[in-house]
Design a protein around this ligand. Structure first.
Ligand SMILES: NC(=O)c1ccc[n+]([C@@H]2O[C@H](COP(=O)([O-])OP(=O)(O)OC[C@H]3O[C@@H](n4cnc5c(N)ncnc54)[C@H](O)[C@@H]3O)[C@@H](O)[C@H]2O)c1
Length: 416
């Protein structure tokens, strides 16, 4: 069914969802409080890098604005606000603020609409925070407006493909009518829809990402042992992954996981566990192993060079290849440690230099060839172009299994 939709939050998720829903023929309004972002999108220029997004933005017709009033006529309103988390807990300020603004709109609406949360939030957040904020309008959830929680599983770098071809659709519903109306939006997608409660949907998203993170820390732990035992962790992963109860995905041992989802969602789940007085021992260890994994690159490096005064070249600054997103990137902790120990850092990334330079304006951003002229090279993302370089005679510490890098004069793989 084609309908009128407002998407609130024009970040990595909201912008892609809005553009895709517009492409599918819906009448879409995209709302963000960041005027620069709004103006850029209006001019057909994506403020983030995402494969195929600039092209899609040029093709689709949607309204982009800072004005929440435009939600007054939308049948479905999707919340795609950031929900960052750190050791201090989960920051729900943007979700709370957007819900309060929407309550002001709901107060003046006479007709029914469904408000759907796409942001990743801990179990109980829709019922405990969002619905109470919306009901400050004087309107009642389940009677005057509907509420759903539909977690988003897209991957940055493949976001358009993933949104258009979801593996599964999870719809948490406050009540049957909310779910019936929201599910119509997805009825032509091939994937099956699982309808459930709001907090089950919230938990499915966190449990999914915590599982993926666990798989990575698991193979890294095996890989760390393999390195010491003279075993190639990738051979082990191949043998392991051919058991279909285990599966061969997310078994690439390396420098660990980063990005705006896995570390954050794990922290969110850990914080939720503690809130209910449950000690999430395994989840905490997954995170700790991941933090230590990045620093193992430095231990390998120290075996070969004195860091003080050395020029260290980094290949890859984003949290993975194919994105400009540097949130929780493995490179952040590595650069901090290198600078602390008196090294000079030269870095290259095909997409993420601008975002990384906001965190570290003091390091040098250079061409890929200039990185090769460093005293040692650390490979931190699995970018294809890193497989085309000439590493002969260089000292390379590889965190991502770049085949060509094995030709280096001195080569150390992190888990092989
Ligand atoms: N990035 C991913 O790959 C991904 C994948 C699945 C789920 N998620 C989840 O989706 C949510 C959004 O993630 P993201 O990466 O798109 O975040 P983001 O930080 O890129 O985007 C959030 C946007 O919301 C805007 N915003 C902030 N306050 C606002 C307000 N009051 N009203 C309107 N707009 C406001 C910001 O300006 C920003 O553009 C998070 O909960 C995240 O965990 C992200």
């Amino acid at each position: 069914m084609k309908t009128s939709i407002s998407v609130i939050g024009a970040g990595y998720v909201g912008l892609v969802i809005a553009a895709c829903l517009a492409k599918l023929g819906n009448e879409v309004t995209l709302i963000d409080i960041d005027e620069l972002k709004v103006n850029s999108i209006r001019n057909g220029v994506s403020p983030i890098y995402e494969e195929g997004l600039d092209e899609l933005l040029r093709k689709v017709n949607m309204q982009v604005t800072t004005d929440y009033e435009k939600t007054l006529t939308s049948k479905i309103i999707m919340l795609c606000l950031g929900t960052p988390s750190d050791e201090g807990g989960i920051n729900l300020n943007d979700i709370a603020e957007a819900s309060t603004t929407l309550a002001g709109i709901l107060k003046r609406r006479q007709d029914y609409c469904v408000i759907t949360i796409k942001s990743t939030i801990a179990p109980g957040t829709t019922e405990g925070l969002i619905i109470p904020a919306l009901e400050k309008s004087g309107k009642k959830a389940g009677k005057d407006f509907g509420v759903c929680m539909c977690p988003e599983f897209l991957r940055e770098g493949k976001a358009i493909h993933d949104f258009m071809n979801p593996a599964r659709i999870i719809v948490g519903e406050h009540d049957r009518t909310s779910g019936d109306i929201f599910c119509q939006l997805y009825e032509h997608f091939k994937a099956s829809i699982m309808r459930t409660s709001l907090k089950t949907a919230e938990m499915i998203k966190l449990a999914s990402n915590a599982f993926l993170a666990t798989k990575i820390s698991y193979i890294n732990e095996i890989g760390n042992m393999c390195k010491q035992l003279g075993i190639d962790a990738y051979d082990v992963a191949k043998g392991l992954g051919s058991d279909d109860r285990i599966g061969n995905k997310f078994l690439n041992a390396g420098v660990g996981f980063g990005g705006s989802c896995l570390p954050k969602d794990l922290r969110m789940l850990i914080a939720k566990a503690k809130e209910i007085n449950y000690q999430p021992r395994m989840l905490e260890e997954v995170l700790r192993l991941n933090d230590e994994q990045a620093l193992r690159m430095l231990n390998l490096l120290r075996k070969h060079v004195q860091l003080k005064g050395a020029i260290i070249g980094l290949l890859g600054l984003a949290f993975k290849s194919g994105t400009d997103d540097v949130r929780d990137s493995r490179a952040i902790g590595i650069v901090e440690a290198l600078l602390r120990e008196g090294a000079t850092v030269k870095a290259y990334d095909p997409l993420a230099t601008k975002n990384f330079s906001r965190i570290f304006p003091q390091i040098e951003y250079v061409t890929v060839e200039q990185v090769l002229n460093s005293d040692a090279i650390l490979i931190l993302t699995e970018c294809e172009e890193f497989n085309e370089l000439d590493y002969k005679g260089k000292l390379v510490i590889d965190g991502r299994r770049i085949a060509k890098a094995r030709e280096a004069g001195i080569y150390e793989g992190i888990c092989w």
